[in-house]
Design a protein around this ligand. Structure first.
Ligand code: URA
Length: 260
C-alpha cells in the first residue's frame, strides 16, 4: 500500500504521518482499540479496497480510504477524549500568563483544540478529562446534568458522625447550600482521616470548603472518577485516550441529565 512520507522540516501536526490501522479505527470511533483489532482480524477492514488483517499495518489518514464492512470511516474532525492522572503542582489551564507549569505539558500536543473539562486545584491530584468536544464538555459541567465526581480526601482530625450527616444532607457554604453528597470513612488514625466523597456539583474548591465548614481542613485531595470514567490504572502524570465504550458512557450521562 503506497504511503506518503513525512516532509522533513514541517511541524509534526502538518506532516503526513502514517498511523497504525487499529489506532486509526479507534480514533475514528469505529470501535475501541481492542475491538478494532477484532474487526481487522475478522477481515472486515479494507484499505483502498484491499482487506487488511495484519495488525501492524499502517495507513496514511490523509489519503488512504479505510472501510469497515464496505462503509468508509474517516478521522475527520472526530472529537477526541483524553483522561489524565494530574499530579500536584500543575495549573488546570492550557496557557498560564504567570508561566507556571500547566496541564498542557502533560497531555499530547498533537490534538488541536484539546482543553480540560472543568478544573482541579493546583494541589489536587487525579482524574482530569480533556476533550475537543465543546458540546459534551458543556453538558458535563452544567449543573443540570449533575455528573457524579468521586474524591478520596485526607482531612485533619476525625469527623464525628453528626458532621458527616451535615455533609450528606447538604451544608451551607457562602455561595449557597450544597446538594446531598455521599460520604464514607475509609480509614482513620488518631490525627487524620481518609474519606471517599461523591458530589454532583462542581463549584470552586467545593470539597475543601465543605470540609472547612465542619472544621476538618483538607490535607490531600484526589479525584478518582468523573461520571463513568475512572483514573485507576494510570500513574500520576500519565494519560490515555478514552475508548469508544467510555465515550458512549459519558454521552449517556449527558443525555440522562437532559431527560429530567
Ligand atoms: N474540590 C476542591 O476543593 N478542589 C478541587 O480541586 C476539586 C474539588
Amino acid at each position: 500500500m503506497p504511503l506518503k512520507r513525512p516532509t522533513p522540516g514541517q511541524p509534526p501536526d502538518e506532516r503526513i504521518v502514517p498511523m497504525r490501522l487499529q489506532k486509526f479505527l479507534a480514533r475514528a470511533g469505529a470501535a475501541s482499540r481492542r475491538g478494532s483489532e477484532d474487526l481487522m482480524t475478522a477481515g472486515r477492514v479494507a484499505v483502498n479496497g484491499i482487506v487488511v488483517t495484519e495488525l501492524g499495518s499502517k495507513v496514511d489518514p490523509t489519503c488512504d480510504v479505510v472501510t469497515v464492512d464496505g462503509r468508509e470511516v474517516r478521522l475527520g474532525d472526530e472529537p477526541r477524549y483524553v483522561v489524565l492522572n494530574k499530579p500536584a503542582g500543575y495549573v488546570t489551564t492550557m496557557d498560564d500568563p504567570q508561566g507556571r507549569p500547566t496541564v498542557r505539558e502533560l497531555v499530547p500536543d498533537d490534538i488541536p483544540g484539546l482543553f480540560p473539562v472543568g478544573r482541579l486545584d493546583l494541589d489536587t491530584t487525579g482524574l482530569l478529562l480533556f476533550t475537543t468536544d465543546g458540546e459534551l464538555s458543556h453538558r458535563l459541567l452544567h449543573p443540570r446534568y449533575h455528573v457524579a465526581k468521586t474524591y478520596r480526601v485526607l482531612v485533619q482530625g476525625i469527623p464525628a458522625e453528626d458532621k458527616l450527616r451535615r455533609l450528606r444532607s447538604g451544608i451551607k457554604l457562602d455561595d449557597g447550600p450544597t446538594k446531598p453528597a455521599q460520604v464514607r470513612i475509609l480509614h482513620c488514625d488518631p490525627a487524620e482521616c481518609t474519606l471517599e466523597v461523591t458530589i454532583t456539583e462542581g463549584r470552586k474548591r467545593q470539597v475543601k470548603r465543605m470540609f472547612g465548614a465542619i472544621w476538618h481542613p483538607v490535607i490531600e485531595l484526589h479525584r478518582e472518577s468523573f461520571g463513568p470514567i475512572s483514573v485507576t490504572g494510570l500513574r500520576e502524570g500519565e494519560w490515555r485516550e478514552l475508548c469508544a465504550e467510555e465515550v458512549s458512557a459519558l454521552k449517556r450521562v449527558a443525555e440522562e441529565g437532559e431527560a429530567e
